[in-house]
Design a binder for this molecule. Structure first.
Ligand code: NDP
Length: 488
């Protein structure tokens, strides 16, 4: 036998004598029940797949660091942001939203932009998108919305009628629809796009003052997008193009980076601001809240094993640390529940113990025990209840976030500012987009919306009109609708 050769074993450590020939009764078979190695191998293979994420199933990830470039201690007491030059390890995952695990990276879709910061106070996750807004602003609508982006229950194919039916009955979606159908809906790859928190969050400092904030990760590579034609070709020729691009760029030593810019609003300003600052279908215009550069994220490490680090990575907008908390944004509040719940289903109740998910520089101590796949020592003989008189961990009152006042009724309630749903989509179309951007936008919409029935086309075109009359008119022309039809 060759010296130091590694021995192949079963999952329980018994050396395997032969991994090419099953144990058979006679040289022609049958296979005997005695071949426990064969059955272990087949049974484990049958269980290799875990439930894919119901959204954001197709993704790519990489590790790296975040480095602080500006003193923000007057806004937040988060320790990882406490000093200029301080570096914190991160893991980021990028993804499409609606497609399955095998779908093409070049689909028209928002892109997920999730970052886990392994801070000394626990893990902080930012789970955003490459768009600063979202289609809906109430979590009660989310499962319906996602159904319309997926497959028809009868044909099991994507269905333009479902897609536009829902959007045309949900006018607050127009801002995100306008971004999605611009070329930003098909970014060139994951390196050439921005990431936004989209939601408003809360920062609070050591004195207990708090602020409302939005995060913008601006790509240092510059924004680059695909045209619809380029995306169509890539979908067929290279469905994993963005996954490969990220991996290969890091292998080459071309580490992608993003500059983090923050918008910061005081609680007093929030009470009188002309938009609801917690409405995720709106941005805060830069002229009102100029973004402040606070640091940079660099991705310089490829995962060694995709399943261990990327598939098992579990992000949640509910993972906060002292100094950072939620805002009342209703959509965010729904996500605070949904992400942990999704991971418990996908990975099991102890998913937080998996290496990619557990804090790196801090020991978790609490009274939660047992559960499927508890694979560490389960806290041994330490007390498993609180309060106790056996030196168990105690809550830290300093970790409390500052309270904020609420008023009104507890009821199912609409957003108050509903008449401004079209303002920002109109501004984007008129003032931010170039002539070429607008041409691509109209063409991208028309070539998708034309697959719906006329009633849906008319209802959606009215919404484009409300954002901007030229926007509506050009879509109507593209669809061959008369203005009289649309105005009725
Ligand atoms: P500004 O003129 O100050 O900012 C416009 C911003 O839009 C740019 O800074 C850029 O942000 C982004 N942008 C540029 N081209 C496009 C495009 N083709 N599609 C989508 N976004 C683009 O105006 P406001 O802050 O008043 O915003 C006007 C509109 O711009 C908003 O209604 C929104 O649709 C869009 N926008 C605004 C953002 C914000 O946070 N204020 C962020 C992104 C878009 P970036 O560098 O972040 O891409």
């Amino acid at each position: 036998m060759v010296k130091n050769k590694k021995i192949l074993t079963t999952n329980f450590g018994k050396p395997v004598d032969d991994d090419q020939n099953s144990i058979t009764a006679g040289d022609r078979g049958s296979v005997t029940l005695q071949d426990v190695h064969l059955f272990e191998k087949l049974a484990h293979f049958n269980r290799e797949r875990i439930p894919e994420r119901v959204v954001h199933a197709k993704g790519a990830g990489a590790g790296g660091y975040f480095e602080v470039s500006k003193d923000v201690t007057k806004y937040t007491k988060a320790k990882f942001l406490s000093k200029v030059g301080k570096k914190t390890e991160v893991f980021a995952r990028f993804s499409t939203v609606g497609g399955e695990k095998g779908s093409a990276d070049a689909e028209r879709d928002p892109r997920g932009f999730a970052v886990k910061f392994y801070t000394e106070e626990g893990n902080f996750d930012l789970v955003g998108n490459n768009t600063p807004v979202f289609f809906i602003r109430d979590p009660l609508k989310f499962p319906d919305f996602i159904h319309t982006q997926k497959r028809n229950p009868t044909t099991n194919t994507k269905d333009a009628n479902m897609f536009w039916d829902f959007l045309s009955l949900t006018p607050e979606s127009i801002h995100q629809v306008t971004i999605l159908f611009s070329d930003r809906g098909t970014p060139k790859n994951y390196r050439h796009m921005n990431g936004y928190s989209s939601h408003t969050y809360k920062w609070y400092n050591n004195k207990g003052d708090y602020f409302w904030v939005k995060y913008h990760f601006k790509t240092d590579q510059g924004i680059q997008n695909l045209t619809q034609q380029q995306a169509e070709v890539l979908k067929g020729n290279d469905p994993d193009h963005a996954t490969r691009d990220l991996f290969e760029a890091i292998e080459r030593g071309e580490y992608p980076s993003w500059t983090l810019e923050m918008q910061i609003m005081t609680p007093e300003e929030a009470t009188t601001y002309r938009f609801d600052p917690f409405d995720v279908t709106k941005v805060w215009p830069h002229s009102d809240y100029p973004p402040i550069k606070v640091g940079r994220m660099v991705l310089n490490r490829n995962p060694e094993n995709y399943f261990a680090e990327v598939e098992q990575a579990a992000f949640s907008p509910g993972n906060f640390i002292p100094g950072i908390a939620a805002s009342p944004d209703k959509m965010l509040q729904g996500r605070l529940f949904a992400y942990h719940d999704a991971h418990r289903y996908r990975l099991g109740p102890n998913y937080h113990l998996l290496p990619v998910n557990r804090p790196k520089t801090l020991t978790m101590t609490n009274y939660q025990r047992d559960g499927l796949m508890r694979f560490d020592g389960n806290e041994g003989g330490k007390p498993n209840y609180y309060p106790n008189s056996f030196d168990g961990p105690e809550p830290m009152p300093d970790a409390a976030e500052p309270a904020f006042s609420v008023s009104g009724k507890a009821a199912r309630q609409k957003y108050i500012h509903q008449n401004d749903d079209f303002v920002q989509a109109g501004n984007l179309f008129r003032s931010v987009m170039t002539k070429t951007d607008r041409e691509h936008l109209i063409n991208n919409i028309v070539t998708h919306l034309c697959h719906t029935n006329k009633e849906i086309q008319l209802r959606q075109t009215k919404i484009f009109f409300q954002a901007d009359p030229k926007y509506g008119r050009r879509v109507a022309e593209g669809l061959g609708l008369t203005l009289k039809d649309v105005k009725n």
